[in-house]
Design a protein around this ligand. Structure first.
Ligand code: 0O2
Length: 210
């Protein structure tokens, strides 16, 4: 157990630091009164049981986890609209506090399950008492609708251990299609939504000042 704590400590550090940094991006948009392409950010270190399951499934030896498991540290950035995703990816590409080593576009290439999301794998340096450690970290960027679908599917997956009954599988595929259509509709009325958001932000500011 102590060995796992030691192994995971730099990953915990990376997740905490990146949460502050990525949430900071959102705050900057708020200060500039610009529409934020980031709705919220979450982060987690993969639980030990999931690391072991995935290593077993993919045949990754435990002494190769550092180089072969890309999502021990994971961040998620949720965006209001599909168009915001590429904007966020571009912002990540411009940063110089980490290096992007891989991008996987499951929006253009939706997974068979119906899963959609944009994955960016980075190498992130953390400073430890034993010197610098460069870690792989996966950032998943998705819309609120994609996140809703993935969260529900993920918990069902846990329940059925990946072996969905046929009817549930069909329903999930239907729901994925629904989430896709919702994203499309929301993009179409994006202008309207943004005007309303700007109106409410101004109202909130006025109420605060009065
Ligand atoms: P958790 O619990 O989210 O940490 P793969 O072989 O496709 O499973 P790989 O090669 O690691 O995985 O890369 P991928 O697919 O880019 O990233 C895997 C992660 O993406 C998953 O982590 C999920 O978070 C998410 N993901 C991928 N496919 C699906 C899917 O069909 N449904 C849902 N809900 N999420 C998905 P883990 O390891 O599953 O675990």
């Amino acid at each position: 157990m102590k060995q796992w704590d030691q192994f995971l400590a730099p990953y915990k550090l990376a997740v905490e630091e990146l949460k502050v940094k990525l949430k900071g991006m959102r705050r900057q948009f708020d200060h500039e009164d610009d529409h934020s392409p980031i709705e919220f950010v979450t982060g987690r270190v993969k639980p030990i049981a999931s690391i072991l399951d995935k290593a077993n499934e993919k045949g990754i030896p435990l002494d190769k986890l550092e180089t072969e498991m890309q999502d021990i540290a994971g961040l998620r950035m949720m965006c209001p609209f599909v168009d915001d995703i590429i904007r966020v990816v571009e912002l990540l590409r411009q940063r110089n506090d980490f290096e992007i080593v891989e991008e996987r576009d499951y929006i253009l290439h939706r997974k068979e399950s119906g899963y959609r999301s944009y994955h960016v794998v980075i190498v992130y340096p953390v400073q430890t008492i034993n010197g610098e450690k460069k870690l792989l970290v996966e950032i998943q960027i998705r819309t609120l609708a994609m996140n809703f679908w993935a969260t529900i599917e993920h918990s069902l997956n846990y329940k059925y251990k990946g072996q969905f009954p046929e009817d549930i599988k069909m329903r999930l595929q239907g729901a994925a299609e629904g989430a896709f259509r919702l994203d499309k509709e929301m993009s179409l009325i994006r202008g309207e939504i943004q005007d309303a958001q700007a109106f409410f932000n101004r109202k909130k500011e006025n109420d605060k000042n009065n």
